[in-house]
Design a protein. Sequence first.
Length: 83
Amino acid sequence: MESMRKKMEALVGEMLDGQILLDEALSEFEKLYIQAALTRHADHLCNTAVALGIHRNTLSKRVAAYNAARTSANGSFAKRPSK
């Protein structure tokens, strides 16, 4: 755990040097964290939500918001859940 903390401290230092605002840093971290969790759980929203400790509806809304914000050139954040 100490190694991870040192890596995070170094990253925070780089972000501060780059004048990244806290809201921007938190938002980007959340997107990357959710994207990695979705990948790990093969885009299965229920399993990913459980792993993240959030409700499936919360995850679905966040993924939809990320998809809406991305351009088609970057591709989609995750597969759209089937109904």
